[in-house]
Ligand binder design. Structure first.
Ligand SMILES: [Zn+2]
Length: 352
C-alpha cells in the first residue's frame, strides 16, 4: 500500500552525515561501520528502501539552525550560514530530481499526477513536498517569498532551543516578534505552518494569530508519553478543529515514557505503539481522518532508537497490518497510510 511519510530529514542525512541515499541500506551501514561518532552504521532510510516500502511521497526537510544550543551538524554560528546550509540541502533535492530519484510536488495537480505515475508502476522518483524544520534559514519576510518560489510549502518556526523565530522543544517561552511577523507573511503566501516543535506557549500563539493551514508533521500524544515534545489533548483537539493531520512519529523517545537515549532497550518498543497514539487521536476526533505517519526515521538516530521490530523504513508497511488487526476499516487504513495527507494537501492547495 502506498505510504506518505510527513517527516524525513533526507538532505540533512545526505549533506551533514555525508550519506549517499541512492545506495542500498547495507552499503551505507558498511561505509559507516568504522565511524565512531554516535548513531552511525544503523541507518534505516535510503531511496531503495523508500521504494521497497512504497513511500510514494514524503515531506522532505531543510534542517539548519542558528541557536545557542550549538549542537554539531545542526547549529551554525550565524543565520546567514544556516540559510546557506538550507539552500545546500534544497540543492541536494534538486540534483536528486535531475537524477530521477525524486520529484518535487508543489500543487494538488502535482500530487495527483505523481500518484498516477506510481499506480502505473513507474516508481523510480520519490515525490517530495519541501518543508523546513525550524525557520532559521529564512532570512527575512522577502526571503520567505523566495523560498516559496523555490517550492517550500510547509514550515515549522522552531526546532530545539531559542531560535530566530521562537523557542522550540524544551524551551519555556513562545514566539519572538520576528516569529509573529513571519506568520503574517506565511498567511499571505499560503505557506502551511507545522506545529511540531513549538513550545506550549508558542503553539497557542500560532493557533491564535495564524489563520492559514496548520499540520503536525511528526508528533505523538502527551496522554500516553508525558513531556513537552508531545501534544496535550487540548492541543490535539485544537489541531483537529483546524483540520490538521498529525503524523505519528517512530523515535523511541516519543513512544516510551521515560526513555533514556543509549540506555533503554529498544527491543521492547514496538511499531504497534505508534498506532496507540493514532487510536488516541481518533477517540478525540471521533474519526480516523486526522492521523497519519510522520516517521522521522534517521532524524538524528538510527535503528537503535527505532521500534525494535523495524529494520528499515520499508517496515512502515507493517502499520497497515497492525491497524487491520485492530479492526480499522480498509478505508481508514488507506487514510492513515496515505489518504489523509493526500486529502490535506489537495484541499490546502486548491483553497478548499
Ligand atoms: Zn523533529
Amino acid at each position: 500500500m502506498i505510504v506518505v511519510d510527513s517527516h524525513l530529514d533526507l538532505a540533512w542525512n545526505a549533506l551533514n552525515w555525508n550519506r549517499d541515499l541512492t545506495l542500498p541500506v547495507e552499503e551505507i551501514r558498511r561505509a559507516e561501520a568504522e565511524m565512531d561518532d554516535y548513531h552511525r552504521g544503523a541507518n534505516t532510510v535510503c531511496f531503495p528502501e523508500l521504494r521497497r516500502g512504497e513511500v510514494a511521497i514524503c515531506l522532505a526537510t531543510v534542517l539548519a539552525r542558528c541557536t545557542p544550543v550549538k549542537e554539531p551538524l545542526l547549529d551554525w554560528s550565524s543565520q546567514e550560514i544556516a540559510s546557506a546550509m538550507g539552500h545546500g540541502q534544497r540543492n541536494y533535492y534538486r540534483i536528486m530530481e535531475e537524477k530521477g530519484q525524486m520529484r518535487m510536488l508543489r500543487t494538488a495537480d502535482d500530487i495527483q499526477a505523481h500518484l498516477e505515475t506510481w499506480r502505473k508502476g513507474s516508481r523510480e522518483a520519490i515525490g517530495y513536498i519541501l518543508s523546513m524544520e525550524g525557520a532559521d534559514p529564512i532570512l527575512s519576510p522577502d526571503d520567505a517569498a523566495r523560498w516559496w518560489e523555490k517550492g517550500l510549502r510547509a514550515v515549522g518556526l522552531t526546532h530545539y532551543g531559542p531560535g530566530i523565530y521562537g523557542h522550540g522543544t524544551g524551551g519555556t517561552d513562545g514566539l519572538t516578534p520576528k516569529g509573529f511577523e513571519m506568520l503574517k507573511v506565511f498567511e499571505q503566501l499560503g505557506m502551511i505552518v507545522d506545529a511540531t516543535h513549538l513550545t506550549d506557549k508558542g503553539f497557542w500563539q500560532v493557533m491564535e494569530s495564524f489563520q492559514g493551514r496548520v499540520l503536525a508533521s511528526h508528533n505523538n500524544c502527551r496522554a500516553l508519553v508525558p513531556g513537552g515534545r508531545q501534544f496535550s489533548d487540548e492541543q490535539l483537539k485544537a489541531l483537529i478543529e483546524r483540520g490538521a493531520v498529525i503524523g505519528g512519529v517512530l523515535d523511541c523517545w516519543m513512544l516510551w515514557p521515560g526513555y533514556v537515549r543509549a540506555q533503554t532497550d529498544n527491543s521492547q518498543i514496538k511499531l504497534r505503539m505508534v498506532t496507540d497514539h493514532m487510536d488516541h487521536i481518533c477517540q478525540l476526533a471521533g474519526n480516523a481522518t486526522h492521523i497519519a505517519i510522520g516517521s522521522d526515521l534517521d532524524g538524528g538516530f538510527g535503528k537503535e532508537q527505532s521500534p525494535g521490530d523495524l529494520e528499515t523504513i520499508a517496515d512502515l508497511q507493517q502499520i497497515s497490518v497492525i491497524l487491520k488487526e485492530k479492526g480499522y476499516s480498509e478505508n481508514d487504513i488507506e487514510g492513515v497510510m496515505h489518504g489523509n495527507w493526500v486529502r490535506f494537501f489537495t484541499e490546502a492547495w486548491r483553497g478548499a
